[in-house]
Each structure stands twice: as C-alpha cells, then as structure tokens.
Design a binder for this molecule. Sequence first.
Ligand SMILES: [Zn+2]
Length: 203
Amino acid sequence: MQVERFVNSILGSNTYVISFEESNTAWCIDPGDSRPILDWLADNHKVLCGILVTHAHFDHIYGINDLTNQFPEATIYVSEYGKECLQNAKLNGSLYHEMPFVVRHNKIEVVNENVSIEMSDNQVMQVWETPGHSRDSLTFYIEEQVFTGDAFIPGIKTRTVFKGGDKEQAARSIQKILSRINDSTVIYPGHKEICYKKECEIV
Ligand SMILES: [Zn+2]
C-alpha cells in the first residue's frame, strides 16, 4: 500500500491518496485542491474508486466535485451527519469562506463504526467514530496506518469551537484513537506532518 500526501492551498489541509501496487485503483481521503490529485492519478495510471471523508468541513471536501466529475463511478464514504453537511454550504462552512460549496455526486455511502470498507484484496479500512472536533468526525484505520482528520493532530490542541464541537468528546476520541494503535502506527492527520505514534506530541 502506498500513501501520497498533498498539502492544500486552503488552510493547509492534508489530502491523502492511497493506492495498491497490485491494482489500478486508488482512494482519496479529504480531497482539497483537485489538480495535483488528478495529475497524480493520471501519471500513475490509477482509477479513483472511492473518496473517504474524515469530516465535512470545507477545507477537507472542496475537491470532491472535480474528482467525481472525472471519476463518476467513485463512491463517497462519509458519516450520516457528514452527508448532510456535504450537501449544505452552511453546515460545511463553505458559505463563510465566500465560496459556497455543495457536493453534487449522488453515489454516497453512509458509514459508521460497524462498517469496514473493502479497499483491495484482503485490505480493509476500518471506520472509527471520533466526534469532538465536529459531530461527524471519523477516523480511518488500515494496517498500522491511521487517518485522523482533525480529530487528532499531533502537537495541536483539537479545535472544538465550530458548530457541533465538544471538548470532552474530542478528548475521549483522542484517547480512543491512541488506545487502538501501537507505537509503530503511522498517524496521517488532517493538517500538519505525518508521524509515528511513538514520536508524536499529544497536547
Ligand atoms: Zn475540521
């Protein structure tokens, strides 16, 4: 499994593209600037088959329509409340960036803690509910690699000032993530640098 990181022009959010050597499929987590993602997919001859949304704040979703225009077969995986936010410019915060954005794609699959997403042969992405930064925050886990969105950013205090944020919930979600991973797990946060759990700073 290969993970490619892209740092976006809006708020420096991280987009990740996951691919597998043995197949031509790729998955995108939190699409921001679409051009670099589309170029990477073309250069590597990959077909985008899924988009995973850690949470539907604007800076983590604004590339979705560009990707699904290019790959109409791709499915979006998001929590139930996250789906509502994708389709509402007020709820996803884009209205306040003076760039109202709603997702137009209708292949959306709602996921929760009980669901795992089949990525490639025998490779399954687990879904963990990690609310607190936002009501809809999910964390995705596959093979010692964890994609935490804004629920856990090493070295940064989780922001809970947005609508639906909850400080205590956020702290519980961080504990939940940390209790489920080991020292050699790689953390891929929604902003800032990728790091191993053993090196990461918890504030
Ligand atoms: Zn956020």
